[in-house]
Write a protein that binds this ligand. Structure first.
Ligand code: SAM
Length: 388
C-alpha cells in the first residue's frame, strides 16, 4: 500500500457527508469546554450514529474501498480458520460468533469449509457495529451460500450465554485509542480542538487514568518526546466477552506487537495510521468519516486484559505459522486441483498471507480460552505466548 502526504479530493457527496460529521463533532467539542480527547474523536469519526466511517454507507473493504483484509485476499485464510474452529466446535458442541464481519466473505468461506467437512454448527452469529456492513454481509451470504443463510443470525449485542468459538479479524485495530506524549517526567493527553476552521490537536497534562496506564507501561526514558497510543477499552471488552462465553475459545487476528516491541524507544511516533482509497496517511483529522483510522495492537495488553477477565491465554503466533499449522498447504493443493488455471493467483495469495514482508509476521493470532484446555492445532508449529 502506498504512503502519502497528499490525500486525493473526495467527491462532492462525500464532502457533504463529511461536513455533517464535522459539524456534529464540533458541537461535541463546544459542549466539552472546547476540546474532546483523541479517543472520543476517533470513536465519533468511526462510529458516530449514521455518520461515522464504519456506520455510514461507503464501501470500505475490498478493491473498491479503502483497504483489503486477509479474508478478502483469499478463501485460503478462512479455510485454515475453519480448520481451527472445527477442533473447538467438535469439543464444545457449540456455535460460531464473528465480531465485525466485514463484507461477510469470511463467514461464507468458513461455513462452506465446515459444510465440506460435515462439521457445520447450528448457528453462525454475527455482531457488527455497522448497519451498512450488516446489509453487505447478508447480500454476500445470500449470493454465495444461500442454503446456509438460515444458520446466520445477526445480533445487536453479545448473547447472554454462548459456547464455541468467537472470532475477530482486524477488530481490535478498529477500536478507539488514547494518544499520549511523554516528555521528561510529564505525560500529556492528545486532545482535539476546532481552530482556524479545522480540527487541530492540543496537548494537556494527562488525567489520572491515562497517567496511571502510561506509568504501568514502564516506558524507557527518551531524550526526545515520545508519542504512542493505548487502548483503555480492552478490560471492559474482555469482561463483556467472558460474561457471555460459557465455554470455548476467542480467536483474534490483527497486526501488532508485544508491549516491548510496541513501546520500543525508536517507535516514538506511535502506530496510528489512516487508510483512504488504498493509500496510507498520518492525518486522522482530515477526511473526517471518509477514511479508516487504526492503531496496531499491543498483544501484551490484550493478554493481560483477557487474563484479568478470567481467560487463559492458549497461544500467540504469527499469522504465517497459524495458517501453516492449520493445513494451508492442503487447502492450497485442493484449490489448485479444482482450479488449475488459477495457479498464479493462488500462489500469490499464499505469498501475501504468509511472507514475513507481507502479512505473515506483521499479523498475529492470539487464542483465549474459557473452560477449554486442549492444545489448539494453530499453535503446534510456533507458540510465542512466552513473549507476551
Ligand atoms: C477493519 S474492519 C474488519 C472487517 C472484517 N473482519 C475483515 O477482516 O474484513 C473492522 C470491523 O470491526 C467492527 N468493530 C469494531 N469494534 C467492534 C466491536 N466492539 N464489536 C463488534 N464489531 C466491531 C467494525 O464495525 C468493522 O466492521
Amino acid at each position: 500500500m502506498k504512503f502519502t502526504s497528499t490525500l486525493s479530493t473526495p467527491s462532492p457527496e462525500a464532502l457533504e457527508h463529511s461536513q455533517k460529521l464535522v459539524q456534529s463533532i464540533r458541537e461535541a467539542i463546544q459542549q466539552h469546554q472546547g476540546f474532546i480527547t483523541f479517543r472520543d474523536y476517533m470513536e465519533k469519526a468511526l462510529y458516530q450514529q449514521g455518520l461515522g466511517y464504519y456506520v455510514a454507507g461507503a464501501h470500505k473493504i475490498g478493491q473498491s474501498g479503502d483497504f483489503i483484509t486477509a479474508p478478502e485476499i483469499s478463501s485460503l485464510f478462512s479455510q485454515c480458520l475453519a480448520h481451527q474452529c472445527q477442533q473447538v466446535l467438535a469439543e464444545t458442541k457449540g456455535n460460531l460468533l464473528e465480531l465485525g464481519a466485514g463484507t461477510g466473505k469470511m463467514a461464507v468461506d468458513i461455513l462452506l469449509t465446515l459444510e465440506h467437512y460435515d462439521s457445520l454448527p447450528e448457528f453462525y452469529y454475527i455482531l457488527d457495529l455497522s448497519p451498512e456492513l450488516k446489509q453487505r454481509q447478508h447480500h454476500t451470504i445470500a449470493q454465495s451460500a444461500p442454503h446456509l443463510l438460515s444458520r446466520v443470525i445477526w445480533l445487536e449485542q453479545l448473547p447472554q450465554h454462548f459456547k464455541g468459538v468467537i472470532l475477530g479479524n482486524e477488530v481490535l485495530d478498529a477500536m478507539p485509542v488514547d494518544v499520549f506524549t511523554v516528555q521528561g517526567e510529564n505525560t500529556y493527553e492528545h486532545q482535539v480542538i476546532w481552530q482556524d476552521q479545522q480540527f487541530c490537536e492540543q496537548l494537556n497534562p494527562a488525567p489520572p487514568t491515562l497517567q496511571g496506564a502510561v506509568t504501568a507501561l514502564k516506558l524507557e526514558k527518551t531524550a526526545t518526546p515520545y508519542t504512542s497510543e493505548i487502548n483503555l477499552n480492552l478490560e471492559g471488552w474482555f469482561q463483556a466477552l467472558t460474561t457471555c462465553l460459557d465455554q470455548g475459545v476467542v480467536l483474534l487476528i490483527d497486526y501488532g506487537y508485544t508491549a516491548s516491541e510496541y513501546y520500543h524507544p525508536d517507535r516514538n511516533r506511535g502506530t496510528l495510521i489512516c487508510h483512504y482509497q488504498h493509500q496510507v496517511n498520518e492525518s486522522p483529522l482530515h477526511h473526517v468519516g471518509l477514511q479508516d483510522i487504526t492503531a496496531s495492537v499491543d498483544f501484551t495488553a490484550v493478554a493481560l486484559a483477557a487474563d484479568q477477565a478470567g481467560f487463559d491465554v492458549l497461544g500467540y503466533t504469527p499469522q504465517a505459522a497459524f495458517l501453516a499449522s492449520n493445513q494451508l498447504e492442503h487447502f492450497f493443493s485442493q484449490q489448485l486441483a479444482e482450479f488449475p488455471e488459477q495457479q498464479y493467483e493462488l500462489a500469490q495469495q499464499v505469498r501475501l498471507l504468509s511472507l514475513p514482508s507481507e502479512m505473515g509476521e506483521r499479523f498475529k493470532v492470539i487464542a483465549l480460552g474459557k473452560k477449554y484446555c486442549s492444545h489448539l492445532s494453530g499453535f503446534s508449529l510456533i507458540d510465542q505466548k512466552y513473549r507476551l
